[in-house]
Design a protein around this ligand. Structure first.
Ligand code: OOB
Length: 561
């Protein structure tokens, strides 16, 4: 157990003292840092492979050494325990080494998504008071070095940019730039004993899917995140024999810690990092690395099933468990996983805010196919309530509330939002409508939050609407989910316009692109209406618009026949 005094970060909402004591006494919180769990595996089998990234293969000892180098490089930049670092890296060994380096010296990575651009990165850096930003040199067609420089110029606290990739060209470097390659070879001179974070110290900031404006920051402590990982490992049966495929963006809670990369490291298994989850590449990796567990969203599961049906490349596959979550998996798709891919399906209904539900590997097929599972910990509290906050009977849909040892009690520096997202008793209102079955398993039946779930990527309707209002001629705007056979949902924007004005989708995209918004948030269809439907109390009637777009899509299909 760490003996260091915890680092206090202004704006973190702690668990109430009584609950914290209870969680410690019950052994849910061990008072240990995340790194202390992983170093056990380093000592146990230093020469076992921990991480594979293309042609690079790192043993536990090598990964641990590289994470020390990364930690030292941060210390050389005067990064101190508790300092925040916006981390945006593709799936790579560097992502893991740097994350572990941060954990070891108590620096706090802010887990930006690879798709984030200037708009989101600036927000994350400013909200977290980040001292540094870590990016890849480019992603697709975007020069992320320049983006990071723009963010640094905007946010006074940022004093360094660390770059994964090429630093040889470019002169726009008003904020000092450092190479991650150099950082990974820095000679470490610090001792873990001097830094080892306390259990209650902040380990990382995850991002909320966000129902309001820009993403909120979710504070995860070493204690709570370690417990999250340990419970997920137990339920997913992760051991030193596990070979885990990390193909979703690693900064998501799901592939990071449910049980994900960190869970596999906790257990002494091996993680194979892939830059994308495309079936051709994933299947090659599964075959050549004898992958046993993989994590995907439903849209990816569907593409794997289709690919396998067409090409049949997974014969005699090592894949034992396919974890699927992030958005609702249709029951018909769930039923096809095991027959086609030969792997046991594990449905995962989780959230970066904490609570993780999973089907168990030995559940009846009916449960695995038709439900999103049950909490991974006996200490997870669940309530399903009606509009008045009264519990509903099992079998009746209601809003999901939760509380527990790895579900924090408030977002970072968001008191106003916290007063709405959390009840006075500390329950987190997830915004999901669920049915609890008599067997305790949850079925996700809808949601009461204003969010679009585009294949697992969450988009706040409000954020997109705010951009729409910057377009000349738009008087009223409403972002709604339109059904999509592949992604589940895509974003459709309804607008009403001023008399005589002519607004196109391109006008909206132009505003969002010039603001540097992540591409996945861009509306994919614009519907111009005379008047946006409203409810009796004058609120945007999103239900009516969702029904309307359904009808329009059906009519389009008819027209195409
Ligand atoms: C995961 O985390 P987030 O924070 O990106 O999104 C959480 C939200 C949930 O509140 C729910 O609305 C939706 O995503 N969701 C699902 C789902 N899994 C997540 N909706 C229906 N069925 C599912 N299986 O998405 C996440 C975090 C950890 C593990 C798994 C997913």
């Amino acid at each position: 157990m760490s003996t260091r005094t915890p680092v206090s970060i202004d704006g973190v909402v702690p668990w109430p003292a009584d609950d914290a004591r209870r969680y410690r006494e019950a052994g849910y919180w061990s008072g240990r840092s995340l790194g202390s769990h992983i170093v056990e595996q380093v000592e146990l089998h230093p020469d076992a492979e921990a991480l594979v990234d293309g042609s690079i293969r790192l043993t536990y000892r090598q990964l641990w050494d590289r994470s020390a180098s990364m930690g030292q490089a941060l210390l050389n930049l005067d990064v101190e325990p508790g300092d925040r670092i916006v981390l945006q890296l593709p799936n790579s060994w560097e992502f893991v080494a740097l994350t572990l380096g941060c954990f070891r010296i108590g620096a706090v990575p802010v887990m930006a998504l690879p798709a984030h651009r200037r708009h989101e990165l600036t927000h994350l850096a400013a909200l977290s008071d980040a001292v540094a930003i870590v990016v890849a040199d480019t992603d697709k067609d975007t020069d992320l070095r320049s983006t990071a420089q723009e963010v640094a110029a905007e946010v006074a606290s940022v004093r360094a940019v660390l770059v994964h990739g090429d630093l040889s060209s470019g002169e726009n470097t008003s904020t000092p730039e450092f190479s991650l390659a150099d950082a990974s070879t820095t000679i470490p001179s610090f001792s873990d004993a001097d830094y080892d974070p306390a259990g209650e110290d902040v380990a990382c900031f995850l991002l909320s899917g966000g129902t309001t404006g820009l993403p909120k920051l979710i504070v995860r402590t070493h204690d709570d995140y370690a417990y999250n990982i340990i419970r997920c490992n137990a339920i997913s049966e992760i051991t030193s024999d596990t070979v885990y495929l990390g193909a979703l963006p690693s900064s998501h809670n799901f592939p990071l810690a449910c049980p994900g990369i960190l869970g596999t490291l906790f257990a002494g298994g091996r993680t194979v990092m892939l830059p994308s989850a495309r079936p051709d590449r994933a299947f090659l990796a599964i075959d050549s690395e004898s992958v046993t567990v993989a994590t995907v969203v439903p849209a990816v599961a569907q593409s794997w099933i289709e690919y396998q049906r067409e090409h049949g490349t997974l014969t005699g596959s090592s894949l034992r468990v396919l974890q699927v979550g992030g958005s609702r998996m249709p029951d018909e798709l769930a039923a096809r996983v095991e027959p086609v891919l030969g792997a046991r399906l594990q449905q995962v209904f989780g959230m970066a805010e904490g609570l993780i539900n999973m089907t168990r590997l030995n559940d009846d097929l009916e449960v695995i196919t038709n439900t999103q599972g049950r909490p991974v910990s006996e200490a997870d509290e669940i309530a399903v309530v009606d509009e008045l906050g009264e519990p509903v009977d099992d079998g009746t849909p209601g809003a999901l509330l939760t509380r527990g040892p790895y579900t924090p009690r408030g977002y970072f520096r968001a008191p106003e939002h916290n007063s709405r997202a959390f009840t006075a008793d500390g329950w987190y209102a997830s915004g999901d409508i669920v049915i609890r079955r008599p067997d305790g398993n949850l079925v996700v039946a809808g949601r009461d939050k204003d969010m679009i779930n585009r294949g697992g990527e969450k988009i706040s309707a409000e954020e997109v609407e705010n951009f729409a209002y910057q377009v000349d001629g738009i008087e009223m705007a409403a972002a709604v989910a339109m059904p999509d056979p592949v992604l589940g949902e895509r974003l459709c924007l309804y607008v009403s316009v001023a008399a005589g004005a002519h607004v196109t989708l391109d006008d909206v995209l132009a505003v969002m692109n010039s603001a540097g918004v992540a591409r996945f948030k861009l509306p994919e269809r614009l519907v111009v209406v005379d008047a946006i439907p409203t409810t009796k109390v004058g609120k945007l009637d999103k239900k009516a618009m969702r029904e309307d777009i359904r009808t329009r899509l059906d009519a389009d299909q008819e027209g195409n026949r």
